[in-house]
Design a protein around this ligand. Structure first.
Ligand code: NAD
Length: 270
């Protein structure tokens, strides 16, 4: 057990944080050496296993990331964009692999993350599931094959507590479709339509977001042509797929050189 690589979970009390903690314990591929929450959180100072309502895990929830990262070879991070940027710099300082699942990252956040990746391995993906990353690869191929007479629309649905839209996964799919067509997504994306919008602009890639209940995550990539429609769909029913993907990324990252990687690199999907 002592030989297993040490891992830290940030945002330990969150939906994904708790899922990661359960997977770490179940998989026995890593040794949990830290659990981080934001300063002032009521889990600080408690054993993380007990805080989750289970058996003690011998790790106390703390709010000092650097101290915890220094004990770890990997950090798995599903928190918020500002927290993730701070963790990227600290994980690089500790030379720990940083697996970033946080979504809603803006260009300034991404620049800071790329700077940290000069010194350590960072694996970042808006969606860590095997199925979605296969969908990304297929979307790129289909977009390249079909051409602009097929309109591309990406529809996603998530639980009512999600704070960013479109989802990180929808944006990944949009990037893949744009790459397949050889265009820049920023130049062709339609983010939500309301009112008299005029006819659809040829070549645009549309996004629509639904929010409600406890939906884990659903994504459709629709290629709508004249007389036929192709729909590629992924439905997540259990958050464990993201946690398992993140731990697979962490294990893979241990053997890589510093740099910024995607889940498609981890899965060998190019
Ligand atoms: P959540 O709100 O349940 O959990 C976020 C946790 O981060 C909270 O416990 C919060 O206290 C903690 N946190 C925030 N700032 C912090 C800080 N400075 N220090 C320490 N902890 C801090 O959210 P969630 O549903 O677990 O999702 C978290 C993120 O992961 C979101 O961006 C979500 O979109 C993303 N997500 C990504 C994937 C993927 O596969 N990449 C899958 C699911 C969710």
């Amino acid at each position: 057990m002592a030989d297993l690589p040490g891992i830290v979970v940030t945002g330990a009390s969150g939906r994904m944080g708790q899922m990661l903690l359960r997977e770490i314990v179940a998989s026995a591929r890593f040794r949990l050496v830290g659990a981080i929450e934001r300063a002032g959180h009521d889990w600080i100072g408690r054993d993380v296993g007990e805080a989750m309502g289970g058996a003690p895990l011998g790790v106390t929830v703390e709010d000092d990331p650097l101290d915890a990262f220094a004990r770890a070879r990997a950090v798995v991070d599903f928190t918020s964009p500002d927290a993730t940027v701070e963790f990227a710099a600290l994980a690089a300082q500790a030379r720990a692999v940083h697996v970033i699942g946080t979504t809603g990252l803006q260009p300034a956040h991404l620049t800071a993350i790329s700077a940290a990746a000069r010194h350590a391995v960072i694996v970042r993906a808006g969606n860590m599931s095997l199925g979605v990353n296969l969908l990304v690869a297929v979307t790129r191929q289909v977009a390249a094959a079909l051409g602009e007479d097929f309109d591309i629309e990406i529809v996603e649905a998530h639980h009512r507590a999600k704070v960013d839209a479109p989802s990180g996964t929808a944006l990944m799919l949009g990037q893949a479709a744009a790459a397949g067509r050889g265009v820049d997504l920023d130049a062709v994306s339609d983010r939500g339509r309301d009112g008299v919008t005029g006819a659809r602009v040829p070549g645009h890639i549309g996004f629509a977001s639904l929010r409600g209940g406890d939906i884990v995550g659903e994504h459709d990539v629709i290629f709508a042509g004249q007389g036929e429609r192709l729909v590629l769909r992924h439905v997540a029913t259990d958050r464990a797929i993201f946690a398992r993907g993140a731990l697979r990324a962490a294990a893979w990252g241990l053997d890589q050189r510093p740099g910024e990687y995607a889940m498609t690199d981890v899965l060998g999907l190019g």
